[in-house]
Design a protein. Structure first.
Length: 300
C-alpha cells in the first residue's frame, strides 16, 4: 500500500474512534457493560478474519504471539474502566486536556518498548499541537483540590492508553494485525464484563435502539477506529499516530454541533488550526517513518 493510502486509513481511524463519545452519550446502558459488549461485538465481527488468517499463518503464528495479545488487552480494559470513572469525577475540560496530553507520554513508551526516539519534526509538531489543546481547555479548566482525584485517574487512564498503543507498535511483526487484535479484544471484553457484573445484570431486555448503539460502538470506533489505529502503529512512527489521534476532538466537536447543536467556542477553531499545522509538519516527514520491521521478535 502507498503512504498516501495508509495516511488516509489513519485519518479514517481517528474519525471512527471519535464517534464513540457520541454513541456513549446516546446510550443508557451502564458504561462498564456497554464497553464490554462493544468489545465482544468487535471480536465477533473480526472472528471470521481471525480464523482465516490463523489457517493461512498457522506455522508462523505461535503461542508467543497469542501471549503478546494478552497484556495490551488488560491495558485496554484498565484504560476504558479508569476513563469512565475519572471523567465523571472532573470537569469535561480537565478530562479533555489530560487525554490529549498523550503525545507527551507516548515518546517515553516508544523509547522503552521499541527504542524509537523523537525527530525534530515530531518535537515541533507535538509542541504546536499541545499549545492548541491548552488554548482549547484553558478558559474552562478548573484546577481545584475538589477534582484532584478525578484528574489523577484521568491522567493514569491516558498513560494506559498511550501504553496500549505503544504495545501495538512493538507488536507490529504479527503475521497479520487481526491475529493480534481479536484475542486482545476478547481479553479486554472479559475483564470489563467481570467488573460490570458487580454493578449490573447483563441479562436484560435491550431495546432495539440500544442494540443498534452497541453494534455501532463495536463496529465503528472499535473494529474500524481501534483496529486501524493499531494497524497505523505498524506503518507509521508512534508519535505521528499519537499526534494525529488528537484529531478526535475536532471530529467530535463537529459531530456535536451537527447532532446536538453544541456550538464550538472560538478556541475550538484555533486549536483545530494548530492541530492541522502539527499534522502537516509530521506528515511532511512521513517518508522517514519506520514501518514493519524485517524480523519478528518472536523468532528464535
Amino acid at each position: 500500500m502507498t503512504v498516501l493510502l495508509n495516511a488516509l486509513l489513519l485519518l479514517v481511524s481517528v474519525f471512527a474512534a471519535s464517534t464513540a463519545v457520541i454513541m456513549i452519550k446516546a446510550s443508557t446502558v451502564h458504561p462498564f457493560l456497554l464497553a464490554s459488549l462493544r468489545l465482544f461485538v468487535a471480536a465477533a465481527a473480526l472472528m471470521p478474519i481471525y480464523l482465516r488468517d490463523l489457517r493461512r499463518h498457522r506455522a508462523a503464528y505461535t503461542g508467543a504471539h497469542l501471549r503478546a495479545s494478552m497484556l495490551p488487552g488488560v491495558i485496554l480494559a484498565i484504560h476504558l474502566m479508569s476513563w469512565v470513572v475519572g471523567a465523571r469525577m472532573t470537569p469535561t475540560a480537565n478530562a479533555s486536556l489530560i487525554v490529549n496530553l498523550m503525545p507527551l507520554a507516548m515518546p517515553f513508551f516508544l523509547a522503552w518498548l521499541v527504542g524509537e526516539r523523537l525527530t525534530g519534526r515530531e518535537i515541533a509538531a507535538t509542541g504546536i499541537a499541545l499549545v492548541g489543546v491548552i488554548i482549547l481547555t484553558a478558559t474552562d479548566l478548573n484546577l481545584s483540590a475538589t477534582y484532584f482525584v478525578g484528574d489523577v485517574i484521568c491522567f493514569g487512564s491516558m498513560l494506559f492508553y498511550a501504553f496500549y498503543l505503544a504495545l501495538g507498535r512493538r507488536n507490529r511483526t504479527f503475521p497479520t494485525v487481526w491475529l493480534y487484535l481479536v484475542p486482545l479484544y476478547l481479553v479486554a471484553g472479559v475483564l470489563r464484563m467481570a467488573v460490570a457484573l458487580f454493578f449490573v445484570n447483563p441479562i436484560q431486555p435491550y431495546p432495539a435502539r440500544e442494540v443498534a448503539l452497541i453494534l455501532g460502538l463495536g463496529l465503528v470506533p472499535t473494529v474500524i477506529g481501534h483496529s486501524l489505529l493499531n494497524r497505523s502503529m505498524q506503518y507509521f512512527r508512534g508519535q505521528i499516530v499519537s499526534i494525529l489521534n488528537m484529531g478526535q476532538f475536532v471530529f467530535a466537536g463537529l459531530m456535536g454541533y451537527w447532532l446536538f447543536d453544541e456550538v464550538p467556542a472560538w478556541s475550538f477553531y484555533v486549536a483545530s488550526a494548530l492541530l492541522a499545522v502539527s499534522a502537516w509538519i509530521v506528515v511532511g516527514g512521513v517518508g522517514q517513518a519506520g514501518g514493519r520491521s524485517a524480523t519478528s521478535p518472536y523468532e528464535g
